[in-house]
Design a binder for this molecule. Structure first.
Ligand code: AMP
Length: 419
């Protein structure tokens, strides 16, 4: 007997979980599943990496399977909205895995693939539809889909939905949903604006919060290195080269602010012989999928991403996140570093703070409620790209960093005996 059987989840679901090796629930699953099985609405404050996909999928699949209905054309019984294409694909993949011993049909639609292909897939109707908001509305406008049979509605990553300007599409979608339904609303952060948005979707919800708001993912060791823009690429290349060579870095995710910045970093790394691919909004869907798959399978050790493309992406074994540029908003920092230290693992987050963006750092520290230790550039690294005078210019930026800083191996190698 496991927790999942104790809850009374249908046997085929428990069997699918067994085959994935899930013995124990994660905290969000422990809190959310019983309430969802009772049909309650849910307000979930959780980052990705907490097991929230299973938390909303397992009880929903159970409810759908225990009340089988004939499929209606161009219709679905459960709708999951995701802000990005990659996250939508990932959710659908996970759900197909959890539902592999059930006869439920799970479809996924998002922009970047021909809308006609999506429309054809929806003709017979499906049980679960995972969608991005824009494409969902396109399909509704083309009369390829109706939401009138939705029984369970999940809005995932609500804060990113707002950041991406999906508020108007969301309101339109809300108006098309039946009043009588179960609604689940997830967000990594819950500022007032998101809570207000939530009120439009959920009624008398169970509130589940797995990490207090603004808490940085546990188990992520964070460091900041102060350097100028020109030094960043050199430090990144050297760090990755030595870390990948001695296996102290398994898989690294690099965040840049701009799409061009991401491409530039990939060009530099590739010319230094480091396998890297970029994922951002200017890439075609095929390129985005290939980059992500290569990274997932370990064929490409380095993925360079903008915030939009990388949100919610779950790739096991990301040992390092590099913020090549610090994010604009502190909340985004939490999401970025949450890409490492996924369930049961640890990870490092290394922040390149240069003059241009250094003022973001105190804001981030305020938000996460902790100081980020300074990781100085070591002498041997400096020798390799020879900017000795720069040390002097860097010092004023440290703002007391010497006292809180700690020294590490030249390429951020994890010391064996660190606590
Ligand atoms: P999510 O937060 O939904 O992106 O999930 C993060 C990762 O945790 C995914 O790779 C899941 O497959 C995995 N996961 C979810 N639930 C469990 C569990 N109970 N035990 C172990 N791994 C899990």
């Amino acid at each position: 007997m496991t927790f999942f059987t104790d809850l009374g989840l249908a046997e085929p679901i428990v069997r699918a979980l067994d085959s994935r090796g899930y013995a124990d629930p994660t905290p969000i699953q422990r809190q959310a599943i019983p309430a969802l099985l009772e049909g309650r609405d849910l307000l979930g404050i959780a980052q990705t990496g907490t097991g929230k996909t299973a938390a909303f999928s397992l009880p929903s699949l159970h409810l759908l399977a225990s009340d089988p209905k004939a499929r209606k054309p161009a219709s679905c019984r459960m709708l999951v909205l995701s802000p990005t294409r990659e996250l939508a694909a990932q959710i659908a993949d996970n759900m197909r895995g959890y539902a592999k011993y059930l006869s439920l049909s799970i479809q996924c639609v998002f922009g970047g693939v021909p809308v006609g292909k999506n429309a054809r897939a929806l003709v017979p109707g499906c049980d679960v539809l995972v969608a991005t908001p824009g494409r969902l509305l396109d399909l509704i406008d083309q009369r390829a889909l109706t939401l009138r049979d939705v029984e369970i509605f999940v809005l995932d990553e609500a804060d990113q939905m707002m950041d991406l300007g999906f508020i108007v599409p969301l309101k339109r979608i809300a108006a098309l949903l039946p009043k009588q339904r179960q609604s689940l609303f997830f967000s990594a952060t819950m500022p007032q604006s998101i809570a207000d948005l939530g009120k439009q979707f959920i009624h008398n919800p169970v509130r589940v919060e797995v990490a207090p708001q603004s808490t940085t993912a546990e188990r992520v060791e964070q460091f900041a290195t102060f350097l100028n823009q020109a030094e960043k690429q050199a430090l990144l290349t050297l760090t990755l080269r030595s870390g990948l060579a001695d296996n102290s870095i398994d898989r690294a995710l690099i965040f840049t602010r701009t799409k061009h910045g991401a491409d530039r970093v990939v060009r530099h790394l590739s010319s230094a012989g480091i396998g890297a691919a970029a994922i951002h909004g200017n890439k075609s869907q095929a390129q985005r999928t290939a980059a992500l798959q290569g990274f997932r399978k370990g064929q490409i050790p380095v993925l360079v991403a903008t915030d939009i493309a990388a949100r919610g992406i779950d790739v096991a074994g990301v040992s390092h996140v590099f913020n090549f540029e610090l994010p604009n908003v502190p909340e985004q920092y939490v999401h970025r570093i949450g890409r490492t230290a996924r369930i049961g693992a640890s990870g490092d987050a290394i922040n390149f703070a240069c003059e241009e963006y250094v003022y973001s750092l105190p804001e981030i520290e305020d938000f996460i409620g902790q100081k980020i230790p300074v990781l100085p550039i070591t002498e041997d690294l400096l020798l390799e790209y020879k900017p000795p005078k720069r040390l002097e210019r860097r010092r004023p930026l440290l703002s007391g960093g010497e006292s809180r800083g700690r020294s590490r191996a030249p390429h951020h190698r994890r010391p064996v005996n660190r606590g």
